[in-house]
Design a binder for this molecule. Structure first.
Ligand code: AHG
Ligand code: MN
Ligand code: MN
Length: 345
């Protein structure tokens, strides 16, 4: 009988690859399993929204003043229900919650911190553009006397380099889960029949040579600083004889833009500009998790000049500019933008 190579499920992969080898307390894999369960629930609701074409709005606004949809709230609640069950967390930082959310944890050393964008790109839902859930897991050592001793913000506001694991669930033509725990980036695709997430991309690396894509919202061109202008003009110039030129790709849903950049390469940019001095994307639950994914896949992520993973958040909803993708392209952007710093001295 032909042996069928069994494709590992997410659970089996986590047990064999992570629980056995991970340097971080292995309990975090239960949080990742909870995120996968929540992703399954959210995918179902997202698909229905795509079918009905409605975008039920709650009428209120989230902490960023953006019109929160019922689905953002649904996604937030689904994740909280699924991950709090294992009591492996001490708190959640969520785009949909103004303040830190302490979680009763029975974990002996306090458990870990989950930073979460429950639904990224939700404004695209009504037109069936892929959206996603972004997650970042940070260690929490209750240095101030045990899990019940109250959370200190200094323990929560940690640079992305401290992450135990990070990744996203992308709700597109297929539902995929991509994560890293610092030992490569792995992709799983949800099998609609079994409901299982099956390993389909092990140790994802940004290809070299990478796609010559630049990805940014050019509607803001007139608000960019001169060096950002110059950088994008550089991408638009006719290529040298025999070389390939750049193409523009921009979906407007971070998870979809990053997933494409991870698989084919390119440079995603959400710069700061007049009116958004710190850019739009949030450091703890958008830029830092995507930064770890990019670095683990051989790429890089900066705020234009410094590594995203080295930036310590000042507050839980801090925004940051984000340049992410093929290392050479992110480096080229940094040297352009540092040039701006030199000019303005
Ligand atoms: P969210 O839906 O979580 O608020 O995130 C939306 C973000 C991100 O998905 C995307 O990269 C960016 O908004 C697009 O912003 P612009 O429409 O300004 O280009
Ligand atoms: Mn988002
Ligand atoms: Mn969101």
């Amino acid at each position: 009988m032909r042996s069928r190579t069994l494709v590992p499920t997410l659970g089996a992969f986590l047990e064999s690859e992570e629980a056995a080898h991970s340097s971080a307390p292995p309990d975090w894999i239960h949080v990742l399993a909870g995120l996968a369960r929540a992703g399954t629930r959210i995918a179902r609701v997202v698909a229905r929204t795509g079918l009905t074409g409605t975008l039920p709005r709650t009428g209120d606004r989230n902490v960023h003043g953006e019109a929160a949809t019922r689905i953002d709230q649904y996604a937030h609640n689904a994740v909280v229900e699924e991950v709090a069950a294992d009591e492996m967390l001490c708190c959640i930082v969520s785009e949909e919650a103004e303040d830190l959310m302490p979680i009763p944890s029975s974990h002996p050393d306090g458990g870990c911190i989950l930073a979460l964008d429950p639904l990224d790109g939700s404004s695209n839902l009504g037109v069936n553009v892929p959206v996603g859930t972004i997650f970042s897991l940070l260690p929490y050592s209750s240095s101030d006397g045990g899990p019940g001793a109250g959370l200190t913000l200094t323990e929560i506001l940690r640079p992305g380099r401290d992450q135990i694991a990070a990744g996203y669930v992308l709700y597109g033509a297929a539902t995929v889960l991509v994560y890293t725990s610092g030992r490569g980036v792995h992709g799983f695709i949800r099998d609609p029949e079994s409901g299982e997430f099956l390993l389909n991309r092990r140790d994802i690396r940004i290809p070299s040579p990478s796609a010559r894509h630049y990805s940014t919202n050019e509607a803001y061109t007139r608000r960019w600083n001169p060096r950002q202008h110059e950088l994008v003009r550089h991408f638009k110039r006719p290529p040298p004889e025999g070389a390939k030129g750049f193409s523009a790709r921009y979906i407007g849903s971070l998870v979809a833009d990053i997933h494409r950049t991870l698989l084919v390469g390119g440079l995603f940019m959400y710069p700061a500009f007049r009116g958004k001095p710190e850019g739009k994307l949030r450091l703890m639950y958008e830029a830092a998790p995507m930064g770890l994914i990019m670095e683990q896949a051989g790429g890089r992520a900066t705020n234009g000049t410094e590594d995203i993973l080295d930036i310590r958040p000042r507050h839980i909803h801090q925004r940051t500019p984000l340049f992410a993708g093929t290392r050479e392209l992110v480096d080229a952007a940094a040297s352009h933008l540092e040039g701006e710093a030199a000019n303005s001295e």
